[in-house]
Design a binder for this molecule. Sequence first.
Ligand code: SF4
Length: 399
Amino acid sequence: MTIQPLPENNWRIELSKMTIPISVRNDPLLSDTLGTLIEGGRISMKIGADLHRNAKLPGLTALARMIKQSRFGNSVFFNENLHVNTTNVCTLACRFCAFRKGSRHSEAYSLSAEDFITRIEPYRGVIDEVHAVGGLHPDWTIDNYSEMYELTKRNFPNISIKSLTAVEVKHIASRSGLSIRETLQILKESGLDSLPGGGAEILVDSIRDRICMGKEKSSEYLEIHEIAHELGIPTNCTMLFGTIESIEDRMTHLDKLRSQQDSSMGFQCFVPYPFLEDNTRLPEASLASGEEVIRVIALSRIMLDNIPHIKAYRMNIGDHLASIAINSGADDIDGTVGHEEIMHDAGSTASVDYDSTKLAFLIDSAGQEPVKRDSTYAKFEPIDSEPISDWQILPIIGQ
Ligand code: SF4
């Protein structure tokens, strides 16, 4: 079974009715791009690269905001979730990763199924999603994950399990002597609801060989997601940028994702995030400025005409940039989170312990309307924002 696309208003018609800002109208590159989208066309990788290099940021973000408005009006979505990282023990050593540890490292940990639900217990009745990813544990098989998911569903039947990167799925299949399809089917029966999409990095193998040698190939990432979609498991997809990739590599990445989406239609949301600066890992990384982060988010909205949601991943980009991103094409923001290690080990200081009130305030103060959603974008609830007197929007990257 292939997942059907989310109900979508006819955004291209809505787009054609909108007032065109001067910053778009007076720029031939941007106004041509708008015309192409209104007429049902798709933005080529070449035009995308041109927009990336040459479009002025106010016009680029105005165009992306128009497209977001044409799909979702002023709504910005979030859910109440908890991140639990299952183990930091990993057989790989991706060069950008600050999270993984060798199995004998003093800070190595591996959660049992009981530990996993103990992490969730304080959030009972609050969250509706647990986001669980981790390293490639040398000893774990599918049984460890099935036990974890089954125990979670027994204890928290209303919590959606969003878990496993594509490379974790590949590792579990290999460790368990199963095909990818068999692995995902068994895990689905154990309670797996969706995949978060992490680990895409850049879907160009020559770059992957330099930054994450040993990880799945680009084609494997796409194939694992395709199989998930065929099994009725929705997924997100991601992009890590600001390492060593070129603008053309970013365009290739976006093009591969939208081609995959054309055939399997199971990507719910695209999550672009920059490599966080670190002097010890990947010193040759180009790094992305705040301006570039916003530029990439806007371009993602313009290029990915068939993936409905674009996320401002505030765990990585911080609240300041996230509040700009939701005016620059992003319609979704992650999340109340509760606890997170991967981005924080890499240097993020974004606050994890938010509740709906704080997130709603962040969205409202950026001039948008907060809407709480469930894990798979099936239920929506507008939230009234209340002023918070003793709270300030918290740090940006590196602070
Ligand atoms: S990014 Fe994932 S696969 Fe790579 S070293 Fe870190 S935990 Fe392991």
